[in-house]
Write a protein that binds this ligand. Structure first.
Ligand code: IMP
Ligand code: MG
Length: 443
């Protein structure tokens, strides 16, 4: 259906979704695709995300601001589906000053309907995790869960309160006081400072005000004008609050529906959905992971942390669990999200192993059934992955960082690539072979 990348990116609306447990390399892919669009918009999540872009010797880690910011002509939108912690936003803006000339409110738009994260949500996130004991979710501690709880509970604070800094201070004070009651009564914790926090938010409000817009209206206008928009997902499909490995998930809809509620626009006719997949699997935090590997092999694949792209959390620094690619789960999320094409990342990491397995089936109680997935994906750990034999042997002497054409790829890589395409029935349009902006095989 699609001949090449240009052909795909003729579409006016480009959706980029992570198809695993986050950290698929969306930052790099969005940065790459931003060269073809006018606006990049985040639709969910908050500073739990960590999107990394490497340009020359510079490594840029973004948590809130869309990964399109590194391209000069892109407007960035932080959509209504997001939950935003103002000091994190300002820290990110300050960090970006070194790389980006224009960080003005013309270029960065924050939805008035996005929810605010204050010290209250962060304290609740940590208190809840401690109270769960062994059943910890392993959250990033950024206050994400409580912020979405308050949104649904209609007790949250929205960005629009920041238009008036005195009002913001009053509402934040009230909010902290209410949370202090919970912290004391439910968790036996000491109160958060009320006045000090209110004062901080008063200052944030003064600095944020100009950035706050009705971003739904803005995006509708942009689309009407025929300009191009890229929707940037955070986390991944298996961390979706409805369709992921609940309760070991994040608290937002990371999947296709989240795009439209999180931006306030309807599905578009001229649209393409690009799924970002790591060539193996990783997961950070608790929850099932059928293809997880441990021991020496896992250490090799994860790396020591010396390389910036080794498998350690961008936001938390935690070592990630690593494992083989799970095509059963991948097929499910491709269907659920209507993914058209794939961008597969970190092919270069595969040379860390002598041979690589790919899971094509799950077995349960000795039953093997194509595509077997439990109702509740939290029970996935009771399923045994099936790896067809022979495994793919990797020539560890090949450095593929310099690879740009599929036809030049070593046999093992071609085999691996074609196995994925064959099994899931979708073409790979970008294969990332290194952390740098240009280190890709593109169709
Ligand atoms: P929360 O989003 O901080 O509430 O964390 C819930 C779960 O999602 C935990 O397992 C986190 O490790 C995971 N998580 C949240 N954000 C990311 C991300 O950007 N990449 C990978 N895992 C994430
Ligand atoms: Mg990440």
């Amino acid at each position: 259906m699609y001949k090449n990348l240009k052909d795909i990116l003729k579409q006016q609306f480009v959706i980029v979704l992570g198809l695993q447990w986050g950290d698929e390399g969306k930052g790099k892919i969005v940065d790459l695709l931003s060269a073809y669009v006018d606006v990049v918009a985040r639709f969910q999540g908050g500073a739990n995300a960590g999107h990394t872009i490497k340009i020359g010797n510079d490594i840029i880690k973004l948590h809130l601001i869309p990964s399109g910011i590194m391209r000069p002509n892109i407007t960035c939108v932080l959509g209504n589906g997001m939950v935003i912690n103002p000091p994190k936003f300002f820290t990110e803006m300050k960090m970006l000053k070194k790389y980006v000339k224009n960080l003005s409110p013309e270029r960065i738009l924050i939805s008035h309907a996005a929810h605010l994260i204050t010290p209250a949500e962060i304290a609740l996130d940590n208190a809840k995790e401690t109270a769960r004991g062994k059943k910890k979710i392993g959250t990033t501690g950024q206050g994400i869960g409580p912020a979405y709880v308050e949104k649904s509970n209609r007790t949250g604070l929205r960005m629009e309160i920041m238009f008036d800094h005195d009002q913001a201070a009053d509402l934040v004070a009230e909010h902290i006081q209410a949370t202090n009651k919970i912290l004391k009564a439910v968790y036996g914790l000491s109160p958060l400072p009320v006045k000090e926090t209110a004062k901080q938010f008063k200052n944030y409000a003064k600095n944020l005000k100009l950035y706050i817009k009705n971003t739904s209206d803005y995006l509708l206008d942009v689309l009407k004008d025929g300009r191009k928009v890229l929707a940037e997902g955070a986390q991944g499909a298996l961390l979706d609050v409805d369709h992921g490995t609940y309760p070991y998930v994040t608290s937002s809809n990371t999947t296709i529906g989240g795009v439209f509620t999180g931006l306030g626009i309807p599905p578009q006719k001229n649209s393409v959905t690009i799924g970002v997949v790591k060539s193996f699997c990783t997961r950070v935090g608790a929850g099932p992971f059928p293809t997880k590997i441990t021991g020496e092999l896992a250490e090799k694949l994860r790396g020591s942390g010396k390389n910036q792209d080794d498998e350690y959390g961008t936001t938390t620094g935690r070592p990630r669990d690593v494992g083989y690619l799970d095509l059963v789960l991948l097929k499910r999320v491709i269907e659920q999200n209507g993914v058209d094409v794939l961008a597969v990342t970190k092919f270069d990491f595969l040379t860390r192993l002598k041979e690589i397995k790919i899971c094509t089936d799950h077995r349960f109680n000795f039953l093997q059934d194509e595509g077997l997935i439990p109702f509740n994906m939290a029970n996935l750990d009771e399923y045994t992955p099936v790896y067809p034999y022979p495994y793919i042997t990797i020539d560890q002497n090949t450095n593929i960082n310099g690879l740009r054409k599929f036809s030049d790829a070593p046999t093992w890589l071609k085999k691996y690539w074609e196995l994925i395409e064959g099994q899931v029935g979708k073409p790979i349009i970008i294969g990332s072979v290194g952390p740098e902006r240009g280190q890709n095989i593109k169709i």
